[in-house]
Design a protein around this ligand. Sequence first.
Ligand code: ZN
Length: 290
Amino acid sequence: MAFVPVTYYPPVMQEQLRNARAAVEGSPYERYLNVDLTVPLEVARGIQDGPLPLSDTISPTVEELNAMLTDPVRRDWGWSVLEGPTLYVQSRIDFPGSTPEMFEWWFWWHTLDPRRYMLWFPHSHVSATPADPKRMADDSLTFAERFYGNRHHVKEWMGPEFLDSIINFTDPAVLGFDMGKFSAAGFAASASGLLELPGVPDVTVGMMIHIVRPVEGGMELVSRYWLGSHPALRRFPGAEKACELFASVGIDAEKMRNTAYELSVHDMTEWNNLARILPGLYAEFGPKPG
Ligand code: ZN
């Protein structure tokens, strides 16, 4: 697969890159800060071709979540606006040389120091702070036990817009996955969760799925995002208030269309970069055998 450089960085992201470079300078993280980010040409072109037809998207219902474990999508990329309105993004990313264990480790490790979060997407990522850092650092727990239900306050640039959000990482079974089917399809780890806005606790405004499974030569990551007031999200706390909340901050279907494309670019850029650096980071900073 041919990779091409990302060339679109609004001025605020150029500034964030300068901040990130200054932050890691002289630290052991410096050599992992990639300035030249690259993405698969096929995906970069694919997401420039307008929204996905609704027949190529999935809804956040329990049925469709489980169907996604076994039914491959026609494309490994894409964005759209669904009913609600609800912003939708889908992707599948190859991680050569990575494993689901490395993926879980990353979701713990990066929250302990904002410089680590910056490595993931140096032009965008500002900070990711867990609500309970003590639990995050408790090494008697598994990585999943440390980050599920431990809300992360995430600050990052989504193109020219600043996104300030709360990710409530949640057990995939609670989101609706049938864990028997999940394992049977080979999936081995999840960093999926519900989304909220800062200062507005217990109003679910979206759901994000990131699940991984081993494939030949490494691992693949399958992601889905829904942000909005889709009726199927109403099985989660406070989601019936999302519509009113979005209206009050001026987020309508047009705004969602732009943000869906920006999120597609962001997703493609950050995950392909993490795929590039994760094996090296894990070898240097991960748990040592024995
Ligand atoms: Zn990001």
